[in-house]
Design a binder for this molecule. Structure first.
Ligand code: DAH
Length: 343
């Protein structure tokens, strides 16, 4: 009994001098005194050597010791795991946790979203169509019959499997798909990827992105087209930007125009981007050709409409100061990381 008493006193001393500064020390403490092979267990094992009439007292001593060891352990645990600054381990627990890096929005997607958001304010809804198109949707219905010379305006990829299939050369094909549905009026924006057989360089690529717009209703006029595009330009490039329309030709619109804005790099003074002209072309547009409406079973006597199509890469290059188109599709993370996440 006396031996037991002494042993416990010694252990208490050991407990009191056991240095605990970090969580790992607290765990060592637990193992030493309270673990399955720890001091408490070994002292309990000695109960069998205690005379039966002294067992009750010995049991009490052991219980006291156990409660003491447990309470000290709890204190160590609280101190080492809740301290905001754990100097012992060199880890500052008040720092935010390490986060998983999340991807960032691709600059072309960001630019596309910006364009879409502006037209959404005017009530344009978004539609998409297939990238592999048939000849009718990409050309025929758009007033570009077979052998029409204007087909050469766009160098086309044909699909070997089926001579009627092409990789769409423009998003105007989605106009046809929307008009064919037969629900009028239509006020749609159609973003997407398009393909042309062009030599890849810093300024051109065999695929790129466009956003197409289409508005069909009764009494839609060229004035509506201009006003819509003025609104877009001001939202996108600021109130000071000036706009000019140049007559142009597209088989699917009549009349057709191309729209220029004052160069947003030099403000119109002339720089390499605008080739010293002070103007940059940003889109093609026009009033939907009556033949196109007829091809989609829309009565051109009752309905009129306007359409426009613009590229996404070029404004993105100007906005983000990207000087090589190829960077957009190479997926070099060093390039992509320069665009902040989630915009
Ligand atoms: N599809 C034309 C192109 O890719 C762009 C375009 C011009 C679309 C005039 C239109 C439009 O809807 O009306 O060059």
């Amino acid at each position: 009994m006396e031996a037991l008493r002494q042993q416990l006193a010694q252990l208490r001393q050991e407990i009191d001098s056991f240095a605990v500064t970090q969580a790992a020390d607290a765990e060592a403490f637990r193992i030493r005194f309270l673990g399955t092979k720890g001091a408490l267990k070994s002292v309990m094992g000695e109960m069998k050597n205690v005379a039966p009439e002294q067992r009750k007292e010995a049991g009490q001593l052991l219980n006291e010791f156990k409660a003491y060891a447990e309470s000290i352990y709890q204190q160590h645990l609280d101190r080492t795991t809740t301290a905001s600054t754990d100097t012992g381990s060199g880890i500052d627990r008040s720092l935010p946790g390490s986060t998983q890096p999340i991807g960032s929005r691709h600059p072309v997607t960001r630019m596309k979203n910006e364009i879409v958001a502006i037209f959404q304010k005017l009530g344009f809804a978004v539609a998409e169509g297939p990238e592999i198109e048939d000849d009718w949707h990409n050309f025929g219905a758009l007033n570009l019959p077979e052998h029409h010379p204007a087909r050469d305006m766009q160098d086309t990829f044909y699909v070997q499997q089926n001579p009627d299939w092409v990789l769409r050369t423009h998003t105007s094909s989605v106009q046809i798909r929307e008009m064919e549905k037969g629900t009028l009026p239509i006020r749609m924006l159609m973003p997407g990827r398009v393909f042309r057989n062009e030599t890849i360089s810093a300024r051109s690529h065999c695929f790129f992105h466009q956003v197409e717009g289409l508005y069909i209703d009764e009494q839609v006029s060229f004035a509506d087209l201009k006003q819509t595009l003025y609104f877009f330009v001001q939202e996108m490039y600021g109130k000071d930007v000036k706009v000019r329309f140049r007559p142009s030709y597209f088989p699917f619109t009549e009349p057709s125009a191309e729209m220029d804005i004052t160069c947003f790099i030099c403000g119109g003074d002339g720089c390499p981007v605008c080739k010293k002209s002070g103007w940059v072309e940003i889109l093609g547009c026009g009033m939907v050709h009556p033949n196109v409406l007829r091809n989609c079973n829309i009565d051109p006597e009752k309905y009129t409409g306007f359409a426009f199509g613009m590229g996404v890469e070029r404004p993105a290059m100007l906005k983000y100061g990207v000087n090589d188109l190829r960077l957009f599709s190479e997926n070099d993370v060093r390039f992509l990381r320069q665009f902040p996440a989630l915009t």
